[in-house]
Design a protein around this ligand. Structure first.
Ligand SMILES: *Cc1c(COP(=O)(O)O)cnc(C)c1O
Length: 438
C-alpha cells in the first residue's frame, strides 16, 4: 500500500484541517466496540497482566529495600487517587457548565522513584529483564526473596550488561534510575526537548546521557542503533514493547481496589470516564487495557494530546497508524508537554487498542499551563504541563457522544483525570510553570 499524499488525506479526512490549524479538537471513534469484541485484537490478555502483577510482587521486597520511600507500601509502586472538588467547581465556572458526577485525579505524578507514569512501565521492563538474566544464569529462582538482588554480587553480575533507551525525559528517568540501582550500565538517548534537570538527575545517578538536536523519534532510532552493535545491550523499545505495556496495565486492578476501599462504585449505573495524556501511546494504552480488564464496558477511555503533537488521533482516525506522522501534515511537534512531543504513534498500541478507546481530544499548550496554575490554586497540587492534558476532557465530550448515557448515569459518573507527571519537578521549574499559567 502506498501512503496517500497530504492533499489526498485531507480530502478523505476533513477533521485533519482542524488538526493542521492547531485547533483544539475532539473525535469519538464510531468503530469503538465492547471489550469482548475488541480484546482479541490486543494480542494480550488477563493472564499476561496477572503475570506482570506477580512479577512486581516478587520484586517488592527488593524495591522496599533499595527505595526506602516505598517501604510504607511494602515495595509496591502505586499512587493515590483523590477527589478534586474545588478544581471541578473552578472548571465548571471556566467552561460555563457544571459537570454532573465527580471529578477525581490519579496522582501518577507522585509515583515514587521517578515521579511519573513511567514508574509503571519503565521500571517494570527493567525488572523483567533483570529477572530473566538472573534466572538464566541460575543465580535466582522465582521462589527466592528478591531482596538478595540488592547485594554487591548481583550488582557485579548486572554490571556486565547495558540497558539503552530513547526518551523525551521521563522514560529515561525511570529506566535510568532503576537500571543504575540494579548495577546495569545504562545509556539514555535524549531528544532536544528533554529538560536539563532530568539530564542532570540521571548523570547524578551515574547514567550515560546522550543528547540529540532532534525529536523523540530520532533519539529512539539512534538508541536502537547504538544498542545493535553491542550483544550485551538490551534496548527498551517504547514504540513496540509489550512488556512496557503490561507494566502499565497493572494499574487497572490496583485502581479497582482503591476505588472499592473508598466506596466508589463502578458499574452499569455508575460509569467511569478516564482521561489519559498520550505520547507514543504505551502508557495510556497499557493503562486503558488494564482498566478495561478491571471494569469491562463500564469504563470509557479518552486519550489527550497536545494540538502540536496529535499523533495517535492522526494514526487511528486515518487508519494509517505509524505509517503517518504529524510532521507530514505540516504540524511541528513542538510542545512544552514533555513526554507528549511525539510525532508518530506506536503502531502496536494504535492497532491493539483502537477499538477500546472511545475518543481523542487535543489541548493547546496555553490550556495546559493555565490549568496547571488553576490546579495549584484550587487543590495545592503541582503537576508538569503534560499531566494536565486530560483535565479539560470531561468538558470536551459532545452531546452526541454523551447521548449514550442516561441523565442518571451521568449524575453517578466518576471522571478520572490521569495526572502523569510532575512530582519531581524542581521548585524553580515549578515557579516558571506557574508564571506561564498567568
Ligand atoms: C510518557 C508520558 C506520557 C505518555 O506516555 P506514552 O507512553 O508516551 O504515550 C504522559 N505524560 C507524561 C508526563 C509522560 O512522561
Amino acid at each position: 500500500m502506498t501512503t496517500p499524499s497530504r492533499d489526498e488525506l485531507i480530502a478523505a479526512f476533513p477533521l485533519l484541517k482542524d488538526l493542521i490549524a492547531l485547533r483544539e479538537t475532539a473525535w469519538f471513534n464510531p468503530a469503538c466496540t465492547p471489550l469482548a469484541e475488541g480484546l482479541p485484537y490486543v494480542g494480550l490478555n488477563e493472564n499476561d497482566v496477572r503475570d506482570a502483577e506477580a512479577r512486581l510482587a516478587r520484586f517488592a521486597p527488593y524495591i522496599a529495600e533499595v527505595f526506602p520511600q516505598t517501604r510504607a507500601t511494602h515495595g509496591i509502586i502505586e499512587s493515590d487517587v483523590v477527589p478534586v472538588p474545588a478544581m471541578q467547581h473552578a472548571l465548571a465556572q471556566r467552561y460555563g457548565a457544571p459537570l454532573p458526577g465527580a471529578l477525581w485525579l490519579k496522582k501518577d505524578s507522585h509515583l515514587p522513584i521517578s515521579g511519573s507514569i513511567k514508574a509503571r512501565g519503565g521500571i517494570y521492563e527493567v525488572l523483567a529483564h533483570a529477572e530473566k538474566l538472573a534466572l538464566e544464569a541460575g543465580l535466582l529462582s522465582v521462589e527466592d526473596n528478591y531482596s538478595k538482588l540488592a547485594s554487591a554480587a548481583f550488582r557485579q553480575f548486572f554490571s556486565q550488561y547495558r540497558i539503552a533507551v530513547g526518551s523525551t525525559g521521563n522514560l529515561g528517568l525511570s529506566i535510568g534510575i532503576m537500571s543504575a540501582k540494579l548495577g546495569f550500565k545504562v545509556s539514555v538517548h535524549m531528544s532536544a526537548d528533554a529538560r536539563q534537570w532530568k539530564k542532570d538527575k540521571l548523570r547524578e545517578h551515574g547514567v550515560e546521557v546522550v543528547e540529540y538536536e532532534q525529536d523523540y523519534s530520532v533519539a529512539v532510532e539512534q538508541g536502537r542503533k547504538a544498542a545493535q552493535s553491542d550483544p550485551r545491550c538490551f534496548f527498551i523499545d517504547d514504540e513496540n514493547s509489550r512488556t512496557l505495556f503490561l507494566g502499565y496495565a497493572v494499574a487497572g486492578e490496583r485502581l479497582k481496589q482503591q476505588f472499592a476501599a473508598k466506596g466508589i462504585n463502578v458499574d452499569a449505573d455508575h460509569p467511569l470516564l478516564v482521561y489519559l495524556p498520550c505520547g507514543v501511546g504505551g502508557g495510556p494504552g497499557g493503562v486503558a487495557f488494564g482498566l478495561k480488564l478491571a471494569f469491562g464496558d463500564n469504563v470509557h477511555c479518552f486519550f489527550a494530546e497536545p494540538t502540536h503533537s496529535p499523533c495517535m488521533l492522526l494514526g487511528v482516525h486515518t487508519g494509517l497508524h505509524d505509517a503517518v506522522s504529524v510532521q507530514e501534515l505540516g504540524i511541528d511537534n513542538v510542545t512544552a508537554a514533555d513526554g507528549l512531543a511525539v510525532g508518530r504513534a506506536s503502531g502496536f498500541v494504535g492497532r491493539a487498542m483502537e477499538r477500546l478507546i472511545d475518543g481523542y481530544v487535543t489541548v493547546a499548550d496555553e490550556t495546559l499551563f493555565s490549568l496547571l496554575r488553576l490546579l495549584h490554586e484550587e487543590e495545592r497540587i503541582t503537576l508538569e504541563p503534560s499531566a494536565l492534558a486530560g483535565m479539560p476532557g470531561p468538558w470536551r465530550l459532545t452531546s452526541d457522544y454523551l447521548s449514550r448515557f442516561t441523565p442518571a448515569q451521568l449524575n453517578h459518573a466518576t471522571h478520572l483525570v490521569w495526572a502523569t507527571g510532575g512530582g519531581m519537578v524542581p521548585q524553580a521549574e515549578q515557579e516558571k510553570y506557574l508564571l506561564a499559567g498567568r
